[in-house]
Design a protein. Structure first.
Ligand code: THU
Length: 137
């Protein structure tokens, strides 16, 4: 089942998180329409505002590799030292929702998981209703 596999990829992506300031490690796995999976992790910075979330890292990496159409993204997050399952579902922040809207559109599936078999799934339009963007096209 693609959801379980995508969550597994997000867990692998999370291992690459660079989060020495928050110690909160996030992993994302973004599924391109032809089945390729793109990893993202959070990348923090001593100048805190320069950090980047896992979801945006995944989107920007995929775009830089030539992908343009996306089906789903799985996201996992939890404190570095905490073992699986994660304590909470890691929902994409507002800025990431906006970026996912731009490149994934309203039907992108968002899977937030505590483990491979404990997850919730939403369409992006549920998490970002009345989004800004289509006015500009
Ligand atoms: N973070 C993400 O990677 N994705 C989100 O959607 C929310 C927050 C990261 C940013 C920061 O490195 C850490 O989690 C704590 O906020």
């Amino acid at each position: 089942m693609y959801r379980t596999e995508l969550i597994h990829e997000a867990i692998l992506a999370r291992k690459k998180a660079y989060c020495p300031y928050s110690h909160f490690a996030v992993g994302a796995a973004l599924l391109g329409e032809n089945g390729k999976v793109y990893h993202g992790c959070n990348v923090e910075n001593a100048s805190y505002g320069a950090g980047n979330c896992a979801e945006r890292t995944a989107v920007y990496s995929a775009i830089a590799q030539g992908e343009r159409k996306f089906t789903a993204i799985a996201v996992v997050g939890g404190y570095e030292a905490h073992p699986l399952p994660f304590e909470t579902y890691a929902f994409p922040c507002g800025v990431c929702r906006q970026v996912l809207w731009e490149l994934g559109g309203p039907n992108l599936h968002i899977i937030v998981a505590k483990s491979e078999d404990d997850y919730q799934e939403y369409k992006l339009s549920e998490l970002l209703p009345k989004a800004f963007g289509d006015q500009m096209k």
